[in-house]
Structures are given as structure tokens and as C-alpha cells.
Write a protein that binds this ligand. Sequence first.
Ligand code: UT7
Length: 332
Amino acid sequence: MTQLQRVKISALGTYVPPRLLTNADLEKLVDTNDQWIMERVGIRERHLVDKGVATSDLAVEAAKKALAERGISPSDLDAIVVGTVTPDMFFPSTACLVQHKLGAKNVWGFDVSAACSAFVYALQAGAQFVATGSHKKVLVIGADVMSSIIDYTDRATCVIFGDGAGAVLLEPAEDDSVGLIDFLHEVDGSGGCALYMPGGGSLNPSTHETVDKKMHFVHQDGAAVFKFAVRRMASLCEEILQRNHLKGCDIDAFIPHQANKRIITATADRLKMRPEAVILNIEQYGNTTAGTIPLAMETARQDGKLKKGSLVLLASVGAGFTLGATLLRWAY
Ligand code: UT7
């Protein structure tokens, strides 16, 4: 087999829209309260787009920050991979819209649909092109406007989600001391009925009836997803750590998907992670689906948890079910 190139994350950029939806705001919309949301989920506020702002807009803002951090122009990119469950529209892909808005010439790209695991799946998809040597610079984006598919009369879902985006640049690493080390992904389609949006696809094309039946909104069996997530996020992380001869306490930054604070702490406790290594920002952003992991990377960085050589574990569980874990050493 050809020797593969080690791949590193060389820049990070994130963006959330300025408008806030607080627990107090939600108390006016549905029968909920700040105490329940804080205790059961761990969210205080989320950022929401204004009308007319789409996923590609958030993605472009995050992308611009990542490119500026690296000091390169959009035309230096070889490919753009966007993970999202809320594309601006079915087609063209959000990657095409981002390419055009960025003005990135000679770039190709595509979207990855894996809900909350979309960022880690897009990261690995993009990394393969760099690893084989065919590409030098791949931009990977996780972006979602969850508010576009949430029913703000359904208290079981509307308190959870927010809008946001993050982008990372992938490039060849100089040597094996930094960069992506390993990944472990899995899908279990038997969980599809626990978290889905039934309307608008080829099975249930949009009609007045699909709108009346609220089929264009997120439907979630929260307890079923919670049980699966608690069990499988931990076992997936255990497996990737074990096969790399590592323990939870070796991790400098555990950056999980931010769906529920209780899922994260249960996983971290089972893996015996050091509490200071567990990155949590769900309180400020809620669940931004594909945006959570890069947004949490930024939180980790601001908290001084990402230094050159830091051992990082990314982990996600989401609709599908999709599962993902990525082990890496921060490169800068
Ligand atoms: O990112 C995609 C993956 N998604 C996830 O990982 C989400 C996983 N699931 C969860 O995080 C949790 O299941 C939820 C946060 C969605 C719900 O929390 P829970 O502790 O599992 O609540 P529950 O659905 O079991 O409901 C408990 C009670 C119920 O009342 P009764 O029947 O005990 O009287 C609900 O009606 O809480 C009630 N409830 C609420 N109360 C106040 C449900 N939603 C709310 C609410 N405010 N927003």
C-alpha cells in the first residue's frame, strides 16, 4: 500500500449569529422553565439566525475566519466539504453555495449528511484526500440552521437546538508528531425512527398535508436517543482509546458533540477523563448539530486546552444513528 501522508488541522474558524434565544424567551413560547432546561439538558441560551440567513451564510463566515487565521485566500483551497442536516436547499449542495460566496476558484466540493456526526464524518472524508497526496488544502465545515426545522410549539425539541458553524483547514503535517491519528465511525440505521424529519424528501414530498402534519420539523424520541448516546458514545471512545493504547486520563481535550450535558458527563465519567479536559459549551450554544464540535474546539482553544501536541478526542452520536470518534494531536 502507498504510504499515506499524516494530516493536520492547520486553522479553525467559527461563527454564530448574534441573536439570542434564552430560556426566559422559551418560557414565553412553551410550557417550560429555566430550571428544567438547565438540569435536564444544560442549556441557558442559543444563537438563532434572522430570517433570510441560511446555513451557507454561517458556513462562509466560519470559513473566512479559518482562512484568515492561516493567511491564505479561498482560491488556495483544493476542496470544500460541508457537513449539514439543514442545507440551504436540497440542491445545489451547500458546498457549491459556499464555494461561490467565498469566490474560491478551481475548487470542488460536496455535502455530507450525517446529522450530529456530520462534522467528524466530513473531517475524515476531507482528510482522505490530503492523506493520499491528491489535495494539499481541504476546508471542512460543520454548519446548521436548526431553527429552520424546529417546531417552536414543541417543548421536547425547541429548547435543545441552536444555529452555528465551524470550519477547519486540513493540510499535510510535517511529521507524525501532530495531526489526525485514528478514527472510528459506525452507523446503526435501526435508530432512524428515533430522530428524523419525515417531510420533504422522496418518501413524503411536500404537500399541504405534510405541512399540516408538521412533517417538516425534527421529530425525536428523546429518551431513546439519550439511552443510545450514553451507552454508545462511551463504548466507541473506549474502543478507539484501547486500540491506541491510551486511557481516558491521557486525553488533554475531550471535545464531544454538545447534545445534552448529562450525556457528556456520563461518557467522561465512564472513561475516567480528567474533569478539566472535558469541553462543554452547550450552555451558551445549545445543540447546533454539525456545528457543535468545531464550536467546542474554539472553546477549548480559548480555555488554553489546545496547544501543539495536545491529545484530543472528538466524539459524536446523532440521528441515523450515526457515531463517530476521532483521535488527534493538535498541530499548532
Ligand atoms: O443531537 C442529536 C442527538 N440528540 C440527543 O442526544 C438528545 C438525547 N435526549 C435528551 O437529551 C433528553 O432525552 C431530552 C433533553 C430530549 C429530554 O430529557 P429527558 O430527561 O429524557 O426528559 P423526558 O423526555 O423523559 O421527559 C421527562 C419529563 C416529562 O414529563 P412527565 O411525563 O415526567 O410529567 C416531559 O413531558 O419532562 C417533561 N418535559 C419537559 N418539561 C419542561 C419534556 N420537555 C420539557 C421541557 N420543559 N422542555
